[in-house]
Design a protein around this ligand. Structure first.
Ligand SMILES: [Fe+2]
Ligand SMILES: [Fe+2]
Length: 136
């Protein structure tokens, strides 16, 4: 796999991270229910760290972080709608990181993506727990 192709995959990952950061931050601002709001804010900070790690990998490969993002869909208004949307985003991120880990041959990059993947799995679990608690 050429460097340019790895850079393209890592930039796709950054696109997803930025989408998550913007949606999680905005939703945390407008969510009145405190525990889910704080969780969204906390996870947004993790996604910023992921963006930083991905950007460092891209720059090390001689590329430029694209910093693009998709049109933002915040989910249905209210904590429950937001959490459902965030769960969907984490599931999408998990599938994408698994795919990219399987494609990228570089061990160091794989390891970093594996670390991110494990954190996305924690995010998914956390958002699901918050959604369950709202339903009780
Ligand atoms: Fe992330
Ligand atoms: Fe995440």
């Amino acid at each position: 796999m050429k460097k340019e192709e790895i850079i393209k995959l890592l930039n796709e990952d950054i696109t997803g991270e930025i989408e998550a950061i913007l949606i999680y931050m905005r939703n945390s601002f407008v969510t009145e229910n405190c525990p889910p709001s704080r969780k969204m804010e906390e996870v947004a900070k993790d996604e910023m760290r992921h963006t930083e790690w991905l950007a460092e990998l891209i720059v090390d490969l001689g590329g430029v972080p694209s910093m693009e993002h998709k049109p933002l869909n915040f989910g249905r208004e209210g904590a429950e709608g937001f959490l459902k949307r965030l769960i969907g985003l984490e599931e999408g991120a998990i599938a994408q990181y698994k795919d990219h880990i399987s494609q990228i041959p570089n061990e160091e990059i794989k390891k970093k993506l594996q670390h991110i993947l494990e954190e996305e799995e924690e995010h998914l679990k956390g958002f699901k727990e918050h959604l369950e608690r709202l339903k009780k």
